[in-house]
Design a protein around this ligand. Structure first.
Ligand code: PGA
Length: 256
């Protein structure tokens, strides 16, 4: 069975002390949900302190991005070597990084390779824009993003990669894809792309999240879908009560 995974993407929210206070309150409330993998992705400056605050818990830490080089003259960037020991996961290809930082499919592919090479687990985000969605291009576009990001990645790495399907039009907008629609893209488009690349067994074993305006009131709808293995959550991961409810719903829907 694919273990559900809920990751909170804090984006550019929470200072160092707010991040630490948050996880100190969150961790005990999530302690019993061991059937669900629980991940927080703070900003880079809070990573070390959050990792330290969580060190005696089974809550995992993720970074929000990385550079593909091990070191170098890349002002402002963070190398995979710098994340080692602090983060287990790293979000790669978030639509905000694709849009505002102009990350290309090629950059994202390099980042996925670099993360894996340094023992970090990518949470690879893909998803179509509203215009692409309305033009009926979702399947081709999302399938293409998955192929491009995974180009040259061997099948034995796939157990260490999480994919997050996040339709751009649903991120932070309050509009969300229905559970059925999200499941169709995840189970249909993304898993069939993985099956073409790596065979059906691997396609069925990779964990795929939904993301985009996930909140306590719609979490059960997503998690009740057979192909959705968790969520990548922005806004609702910033409040302890909401985060706990998301994990609770995931455990309930998956019978854990
Ligand atoms: P949201 O963000 O839950 O606030 O829509 C999701 C994401 O960007 O990962």
């Amino acid at each position: 069975m694919r273990k559900p995974i809920i990751a909170g993407n804090w984006k550019m929210y929470k200072t160092l002390s707010e991040s630490v206070d948050f996880v100190r309150e969150l961790a005990p409330r999530l302690a019993s949900y061991t059937g669900v993998e629980r991940v927080v992705c703070p900003t880079f400056v809070a990573l070390a302190a959050v990792a330290d605050a969580l060190k005696n818990t089974d809550i995992r830490v993720g970074a929000q991005n990385l550079h593909w080089e091990a070191q170098g003259a890349y002002t402002s960037q963070i190398a995979p070597t710098m994340l080692q020991g602090l983060a287990e996961y790293v979000i790669i290809g978030h639509s905000e990084c694709r849009a505002y930082l102009h990350e290309t499919d090629e950059d994202i592919n390099r980042k996925v390779k670099a993360a894996l090479a340094y023992g970090l687990k990518p949470i690879l985000a893909v998803g179509e824009s509203l215009a692409q969605n309305e033009a009926g291009e979702t399947q081709t576009f999302v399938g293409g993003q998955v192929r491009a990001a995974l180009s040259g990645i061997e099948s034995d790495n796939m157990q260490n990669i999480i994919i997050a399907y996040e339709p751009i039009w649903a991120i932070g907008t309050g509009k969300n894809a229905s559970g059925e629609v999200a499941n169709a893209i995840i189970g249909g488009t993304i898993r069939s792309t993985l099956a073409q690349l790596y065979g059906n067994e691997i396609a069925q074993s990779v964990r795929i999240q939904y993301g985009g305006s996930v909140k306590p009131s719609n979490m059960l709808e997503y998690m009740s879908q057979p192909d959705i293995d968790g969520a990548l959550v922005g806004g609702a991961s910033l409040k302890v009560d909401d985060f706990v409810q998301l994990v609770e719903s995931a455990a309930k829907a998956k019978g854990l």
